[in-house]
Structures are given as structure tokens and as C-alpha cells.
Design a protein around this ligand. Structure first.
Ligand code: GLU
Length: 319
């Protein structure tokens, strides 16, 4: 079997929180339990939201938790550097050029406000489906708008086609992208490359063979698979893990400040945090403290629930 390469791909826009820690733990266990390697890539395309000090803090936090990596990080060790997306834009530009040369993309002048105001169809989760406003602009029309000072993003022409894949944890998932999201952005009008493009270019360039991440990104995967196919890149295997829910049933997020490592580490040590997460994720029968290595021998995706995980009140309070 080919060598397994897993990855941590955090967006360092604040202190790591319980959800990120669980994703990192499962990415680490999934790769390491098969003798694989781990790459750390910093998804800091939005450099305003992701200043370098957060990346350095994140590295310190992962070390403290006992989640190590073999390649990447701010030190940039390894053959595929740099490992900060903010320093890899030439690669995204090259991929975009290839799609452009194949006639698969077009400039889009719609502003967020216009899209909001437009009576466009929405998905059940409230997200808008791009109505195709700029899809058929002629080259002359697009050039005239650019000359008039309008800034363009770049969208991918999405085919009427169902794209599906077998998730390593959640099973079969498919979407008709034309119905689910429409033509999606690869490059934003403010000059930032979109996550969907950057993540595909990087996972392929870094030879990642398995992507482990939260189920909130499950519906990004068909878009990414389309890009893999159009760019002729090898597809990794995907594993999406359940999300952690707060007592009132919301998804835990960066806004839950008592769930970020700054607050957690005032109350708990690394082995307590890992032990409690392992318990929640079905990897340990009780919430006893442990190090990630202690979970390796018994690790199996089959033990991890498929439904979202409510965090019992008080579980992460001090002991
Ligand atoms: N950078 C993304 C995040 O922190 C994760 C991207 C991925 O795992 O594909 O939410």
C-alpha cells in the first residue's frame, strides 16, 4: 500500500478550540495508526484574520497536546514548502490559469450585496445558489466592466452532474453542484483565492492521501472533487467527523470562548483534554486522562459515532 499522508489544515484565526482539537486528534490517529505521516499546513489566506502570531500559538498548542507532525508548519520543514497558504498564491494562480485556458471559468462582477438582494434560490441551510448572472457575459462586456473599474471574481462553470464519493466515515455522499451551489468562486473580487481551490491545489501538491475534517465541510467535498477531476489531480480519501454541540444544541465554535484552549488550559492539562475528547468520540470507555499515543493501538473509525456529539455540561470544567 502507498504511504499514508494525513494533514492538519487549521485556519489560525484565533486560539484552537475543542472542535479543532478533535479534528486534529482524529487526523493524527487515522494517519499514525496506519504508519502514516502528518503534514501541518496553515490556511492563512486571509492574512488580516490570520496573523502569524496565531500560527505560532497554534503550533505551541499542538505540541502541548502531544499532536506532532513530520512536515510543514511555520518552520517549513519538508519538500513541499512553504506551508502557509499566504505564501503559496503562485500555485493557485497557476491552477486558475489552467482552468481559464480550458474555458472552465469566467469573471463575475456580482457584489455580495447584489447577490443578497437578488431573488436567487437558496438552499435549505440558507446559503445562496449562484444564479449564473455573469455566466454568459461576452468578452467585450466583461472587458468594458473592468475598464469601468468594476472588480471581478472568478467562478468555475459547474456541470449539471452528480458528484459523489464514499466518505471513509459517513459513507456515500453526493450532490448535483448545479443545484446545490451553482458556479462557485475560485478567486474573490478582493484578490483572495477561495478555500475550495487552495485546499485542492495544496492537498495534491503535498501528496496528502487522507483528509480528516469536520462534517461541516462534507458539502464542500463534491466541489473539491470536481476541481481534482478538472485539474487531473489524484483524489485523497475523505473522512468527515461529527461536530461537537453545546448544551443548547448549537455547533461549538470560536465564539464559545470557554471551549478554546486558552480557557481550557487554565482548567485542564493536555492529557485530561485528550482523554475527555477521546471519550466523547467513542475511543475510550471513560474520560480518563491519556496521551494521543495511548489511543493508537485500539483506534478504529468504526468506534467514532456518525451523529453530532453533544458535549455533556461540565465535562470540560476543571477536575
Ligand atoms: N482550514 C479549514 C478550517 O480550519 C479546514 C480545511 C480542511 O480541513 O479542508 O476549518
Amino acid at each position: 500500500m502507498d504511504k499514508i499522508v494525513g494533514r492538519f489544515a487549521p485556519s489560525p484565526s484565533g486560539r484552537i478550540h475543542l472542535g479543532n482539537i478533535l479534528s486534529s486528534l482524529l487526523a493524527w490517529l487515522s494517519a499514525r495508526s496506519k504508519g502514516g505521516r502528518i503534514v501541518l499546513r496553515l490556511e492563512d489566506l486571509d492574512t488580516v484574520r490570520c496573523p502569524r502570531r496565531y500560527a505560532l500559538q497554534l503550533e505551541e498548542d499542538l505540541h502541548w497536546l502531544g499532536l506532532d507532525w513530520d512536515e510543514g508548519g511555520t518552520a517549513g520543514q519538508g519538500p513541499h514548502g512553504p506551508y502557509e497558504q499566504s505564501r503559496r498564491t503562485a500555485l493557485y494562480q497557476a491552477a486558475l490559469k489552467r482552468l481559464e485556458a480550458a474555458g472552465l471559468v469566467y469573471p463575475c462582477f456580482c457584489t455580495r450585496r447584489e447577490l443578497h438582494a437578488a431573488d436567487a434560490p437558496h438552499r435549505s441551510d440558507g446559503r445562496q445558489i449562484y444564479p449564473g448572472t455573469c455566466r454568459n457575459l461576452t468578452a467585450e462586456e466583461a472587458a468594458a466592466r473592468k475598464t469601468a473599474g468594476h472588480r471581478a471574481g472568478v467562478r468555475l462553470r459547474v456541470p449539471e452532474e452528480v458528484i459523489g464519493f464514499a466518505d471513509g466515515h459517513l459513507g456515500w455522499y453526493e450532490e448535483n453542484l448545479a443545484e446545490a451551489c451553482g458556479d462557485f468562486l475560485l478567486h474573490r473580487s478582493d484578490g483572495l483565492f477561495a478555500y475550495q481551490l487552495a485546499v485542492v491545489v495544496d492537498d495534491a501538491a503535498m501528496e496528502v492521501t487522507e483528509v480528516v475534517r469536520g462534517a461541516d465541510l462534507l458539502d464542500s467535498t463534491p466541489r473539491q472533487l470536481l476541481l481534482y477531476r478538472l485539474l487531473g489531480l489524484p483524489e485523497p480519501k475523505f473522512y468527515h467527523l461529527p461536530l461537537l454541540l453545546s448544551a443548547d444544541g448549537r455547533r461549538l465554535s470560536k465564539r464559545d470562548q470557554d471551549a478554546d484552549l486558552g480557557a481550557l488550559s487554565c482548567r485542564l492539562g493536555p492529557e485530561e483534554i485528550i482523554g475527555k475528547l477521546a471519550f466523547l468520540a467513542g475511543l475510550n470507555p471513560e474520560a480518563r486522562p491519556c496521551r494521543p499515543e495511548e489511543l493508537l493501538a485500539e483506534f478504529s473509525w468504526d468506534k467514532v459515532p456518525r451523529e453530532d456529539l453533544p458535549v455533556p455540561p461540565g465535562l470540560f470544567d476543571g477536575t
